[in-house]
Design a protein around this ligand. Structure first.
Ligand code: FAD
Length: 380
């Protein structure tokens, strides 16, 4: 019998497994994919997540490879409305580290492999949770058409927004689709904005831009309607129309359109099975907190699983507190993303003038420190 089987070897599941392996638990991860897609979805690693990475000794490697974003600037029509500094958000990591998701994922996977060789089993898909007993859970999976079975003291569903674990447990999730489509793309950085993140609040909609390693920059652009087939050319032209600097389309990668939604599981815990990451809460990427939330779920859950294995019992009260705390954090991040999306919608005339004025005022007041802490997930 395994101590813990984690379903889903994405950034969150792999991190939890590494935390548990580091604490000496017998952990296995079932991941249905054979390879990690090289698309760069998430990029921002926030200070609390960097703090949790120190527990498996990868924080330094992440920071070494990342760009340290120490300041965010708000602009409109080329005019600066104000800026926020991340200098006060954390003593140890006073910045947001910008690194493509697949690079961070490779570092987490590498650490897991060093701590527990072979623990990450690729190509294994969970099909059923056969037997949820008071003292164990029996799992049924399939690899290359062959059925496999495993028995574990605890199971963690880190299997993404369409979580099979969540469905198999019959846990419902509320879904809110927003009318806020975006496109994104990474280009050579010709903006001259260096390591700053810049939010361009333009009449036609927001353009967010973030530095990436190797002299590149991520652009995220609000569109009127969902773009059917964005190309580096169309996205570069759109950026040029909005901010006056057109990236070189020939350097464009990772161009894609994405819809925004919020999906929240009603429960995160059922007996010995727990949901974390996007399986528990999918939030809009605008604000860049989804993956970080998942890592913080893992960081909060790991000690509870270690204690559960040591004492061979489920501490129901502790898991209930975990569930309440993590759902609260997810709702806070979701509301933050909603505020970001609302701020970035197309706006003109008096409405835009009032928004820009309000924004300028907030960025000139002490409230900007709170904004910096909220954005960097360092509140409370
Ligand atoms: C465009 C975009 C930009 C984003 N930017 C940011 C950002 O800047 N910052 C941020 O914090 N977040 C961001 N996010 C969100 C972030 O990408 C997700 O929150 C993160 O990937 C969630 O990780 P996860 O491990 O929980 O789930 P996933 O990454 O979805 O991984 C789940 C894994 O489970 C596997 N799986 C699924 N079903 C099964 C099964 N039955 N059996 C076995 N394996 C299974 C899947 O193959 C997958 O590998 C962004 C998202 C998007 C779309």
């Amino acid at each position: 019998m395994r101590d813990v089987v984690v379903i889903g070897g994405g950034p969150v599941g792999a991190f939890l497994a590494a935390l548990l392996a580091e604490r000496g638990l017998d952990v296995t991860v079932w991941e249905k994919r054979r390879t990690t897609p090289p698309s760069s979805r998430a990029i921002g690693v926030h200070p609390p997540a960097l703090e949790s990475f120190t527990r498996i000794d990868i924080a330094e490697q992440v920071v070494e490879r990342a760009v340290e974003i120490r300041r965010g600037i708000a602009r409109t029509g080329g005019r600066t409305l104000g800026s926020v500094s991340f200098a006060r958000v954390s003593d140890r990591f006073p910045f947001v580290a910008s690194l493509p998701q697949f690079v961070t994922q490779a570092l987490v996977e590498g650490r897991l492999e060093a701590l527990a060789p072979g623990a990450l089993q690729k190509g294994v898909e969970l099909l059923a949770l056969d037997d949820v007993q008071p003292d164990r859970v029996r799992l049924h999976g399939r690899v290359d058409g062959v059925d496999v079975f495993e028995v574990a003291r605890f199971v963690v569903g880190a299997d993404g927004p369409r979580s099979a674990v969540r469905h198999l447990l019959g846990i419902t999730a509320s879904l809110q689709a927003y009318d806020a489509p975006f496109v994104m793309g990474d280009f050579r950085d010709d903006t001259g904005d260096g390591d700053d993140a810049v939010v361009h609040l333009e009449s036609a909609g927001v353009v967010e831009s973030f530095p990436l390693p190797a002299g590149r920059r991520r652009f995220v652009i609000r569109t009127e309607q969902a773009m059917a087939r964005p190309t580096p050319e169309t996205v570069a032209a759109l950026i040029g129309q909005r901010i006056g600097i057109t990236p070189d389309a020939a350097t464009g990668t990772g161009v894609s359109a994405f819809a925004t939604r919020r999906r929240m599981a009603e429960r995160l815990v059922r007996g010995r099975v727990v949901l974390i990451g996007d399986a528990a809460h999918e939030i809009s990427p605008i604000g860049g907190q989804g993956m970080n939330l998942g890592w913080l779920d893992a960081d909060a859950l790991a000690p509870l699983l270690v204690a559960g294995i040591e004492r061979d019992r489920v501490d129901t009260a502790a898991l209930e507190t975990f569930e309440a705390d993590r759902l609260k954090a997810a709702w806070r991040a979701a509301r933050q993303a909603e505020a970001n999306m609302s701020m970035g919608r197309p706006s003109s005339g008096l409405k835009k003038a009032a928004r820009d004025f309000g924004f300028g005022l907030a960025l000139a007041s002490p409230a900007k420190h709170l904004l910096a802490r909220t954005y960097a997930m360092s509140r409370g």
